[in-house]
Ligand binder design. Structure first.
Ligand code: GRF
Length: 190
């Protein structure tokens, strides 16, 4: 199974996938890692791991539609079975969703459909929930919407900050992403 991974940030979830592949624990080929801006650590660490990288810089395009078209074409050029958004902080357009219909996977640091959006951890904490978690799902054109593949609950501790809670969620999020990719890879092989 071939995947393209999209990142906007540090790519620590991606690093867990890279490590699992290297350790022979995940039968997946990371065809490329792409970002929506220059200078992300996610791209840097992928290049260091010998993975092909690309940037489709949002700011280089006249509008969202043109950027979305370029991103779609770039991802299609790797003929991936799945595209994985791992901390990719841009909403893709319908052209992308149509090109990767049912094969665009997103991870989110909350138990969807609760707390979608860019601040899922902060919003859960502000609401005062005692349990939150992470979700791996097939992404559609909405913000963190689409069929759920897997979820894991994480307890909110009394003195949690956004940072401490997010770190504990990310531990589960990494494991959940790897587990889900493993399941999809087995399905793809059969
Ligand atoms: C993850 O929790 C992801 O779900 C969220 O941002 C985090 C990405 O972290 N949108 P990293 O870039 O993998 O370190």
């Amino acid at each position: 199974m071939r995947i393209v991974v999209l990142v906007s940030g540090t790519g620590s979830n991606l690093q867990a996938v890279i490590d699992a592949v290297k350790a022979g624990e995940l039968d997946v080929e990371i065809a490329a890692v792409g970002a929506d801006k220059h200078g992300t650590y996610g791209v840097e660490r992928s290049a260091a791991a010998g993975i092909e990288t690309f940037v489709v810089n949002f700011k280089d395009y006249a509008d969202r539609g043109e950027w979305n078209h370029a991103l779609t074409q770039k991802c299609l050029s790797y003929a991936p079975d799945y595209v994985v958004s791992s901390g990719f902080m841009r909403i893709v357009g319908q052209e992308f969703i149509d090109a990767f219909d049912g094969t665009y996977i997103n991870t989110h640091p909350a138990l969807l459909p609760s707390f979608p959006g860019a601040h899922g951890v902060r919003d859960a904490l502000a609401y005062g929930v005692k349990v939150t978690g992470c979700t791996v799902h097939i992404a559609d054109a909405g913000v963190d919407t689409g069929p759920i593949l897997a979820q894991k609950a994480v307890e909110v501790l009394p003195d949690d900050t956004e940072e401490t809670l997010h770190e504990r969620i990310k531990v589960e999020e990494r494991a959940l992403l790897i587990e889900t990719l493993r399941r999809l890879a087995v399905q793809a092989a059969n």
